[in-house]
Design a protein around this ligand. Structure first.
Ligand code: MLT
Length: 409
């Protein structure tokens, strides 16, 4: 009989967000009239920017005509999009990134998991705790860990605690690590990394020949001056970092699917015989073998994000979500609960009232207030006793959620 990949048996039974969905479904099946407000998974609620819709329509019409029809596109993405990204997201911030270093894909979640294909099994991995669960789960899947301990931590990984005490900014690891996942603005805490903090990580990576896997999916939510939007704003990062970005939270593409990964040509890693090999060509090989590119209309829609009107529309939608975040943050704080994040990110991170465990608070909030959030412990053991609320919602629901929350506590 065929054998499975036994590493999958080490994973928690369900991925975090489907597990939340399962519990909410059980509740709504039993309480069909309850008006449940969902602030769990960070999924956008506002429609696509009109500039993106217009580009989608136009590109679709091109596909209806033989002379402008397109089949397979370049696996790495069309030049029009790669150039727009390089110019607007990087060169405008004085980051030395060119179009050929950008790989367009159908999502950062996929890229963050798939990137492990090109790194050896014996790398030591450091991961923030709490953080987006995909980093841990994909390392479990490829066999880099043992079986989880009672607190959910996997032997074989180096955890970087992000706590209230360290301002959710982890210390450097005390041992030498090879791959370091950093997520800023952070999911789930909604906090950001200062230039000094990122400089410390880049210096560590350069000194230890490590590679930083920098997830900047929420970059567009940075409102405070002086906070780096890209790891490449830090000198030396071209030699030690890969950056993941997405149009999902920036422009409402969670259902449309478009993202990109930046791999500078200067980034090197060692082969088994100790010589250096560039990572860019490996990822290019992987991408061309396992991926056939994002659809043409979707790439045209993504390009429209950088047009004058597209940029304005995107900015206004982000401002709308950030206003929701402010309402949540202030309203929950008024209820006497400690809150973090929500200024440079669409997530509010709160300390559970009465020191409840994260999942116990989830159940209480769902049953009593018909509100759905995400238990902090689902993001790592340091998230126990915390809870995440997403600001992706209508204004009406946000105001109603604050009201219900205040009545609960
Ligand atoms: C989240 O809620 O953490 C995100 O929506 C998940 C994702 O982007 O995959």
């Amino acid at each position: 009989m065929a054998r499975i990949n036994d590493n999958y048996l080490k994973l928690a039974a369900g991925y975090l967000f489907p597990e939340i969905g399962r519990r909410v479904k059980a509740f709504t099946d039993a309480n069909p009239t309850a008006k449940v407000i969902r602030m769990g998974i960070g999924d956008v609620t506002e429609p696509l920017p009109p500039a993106c819709i217009a580009a989608l329509h136009k590109a679709t019409d091109e596909l209806a005509v033989r002379s402008s029809f397109r089949g397979y596109g370049p696996e790495q993405g069309y030049d029009f999009l790669r150039e727009a990204i390089a110019k607007n997201d990087y060169q405008s911030r004085k980051c030395d990134i060119s179009a050929n270093e950008i790989f367009v894909s159908d999502g950062s979640k996929c890229d963050v998991g798939n990137i492990l294909d090109i790194f050896g099994a014996d790398n030591k991995i450091a991961i923030q705790d709490p953080v987006y669960p995909v980093y841990v789960d994909t390392n479990v899947m490829v066999g880099r860990t043992g079986v989880a301990a009672a607190n959910g931590r996997y032997p074989g990984l180096v955890y970087l605690p992000c706590t209230e005490e360290n301002g959710f900014s982890p210390e450097l690891p005390s041992e030498k690590v090879d791959l370091i996942y950093l997520c800023y603005p952070n999911n789930p805490t909604g906090t950001v990394a200062s230039r000094a903090a990122l400089t410390k990580w880049v210096e560590y990576a350069l000194a230890n020949e490590a590679i930083i896997l920098f997830d900047a999916a929420y970059e567009a939510y940075i409102t405070e001056e002086g906070i780096p939007h890209s790891i490449y704003e830090i000198p030396g990062a071209r030699e030690c970092a890969i950056e993941f970005r997405s149009f999902s939270k920036t422009a409402g593409f969670t259902g449309v699917r478009c993202a990109f990964t930046v791999i500078p040509t200067a980034l090197m890693a060692r082969t088994a015989d100790g010589s250096k090999k560039d990572v860019h060509s490996l990822w290019n090989r992987r991408h061309c073998t396992k991926f056939n590119g994002v659809s043409y209309p979707v790439q045209r829609a993504a390009e429209a994000v950088y047009s004058a009107e597209g940029a304005k529309q995107v900015k206004s939608t982000i401002a709308f979500y950030l206003e929701n975040a402010k309402l949540l943050r202030e309203g929950i704080h008024k209820a006497g609960v400690e809150v973090f994040g929500g200024i440079n990110a669409p997530y509010i991170w709160l300390k559970t009232p009465h020191d409840l465990k994260s999942w116990d608070f989830f159940d209480l909030l769902l049953k009593q207030s018909h509100l759905v959030g995400t238990p902090g412990s689902g993001f790592g053991s340091c998230g126990e006793g915390y809870f995440r609320l997403s600001a992706f919602n209508s204004r009406e629901n946000t105001i109603e959620a604050v009201d219900r929350f205040q009545k609960l506590t």
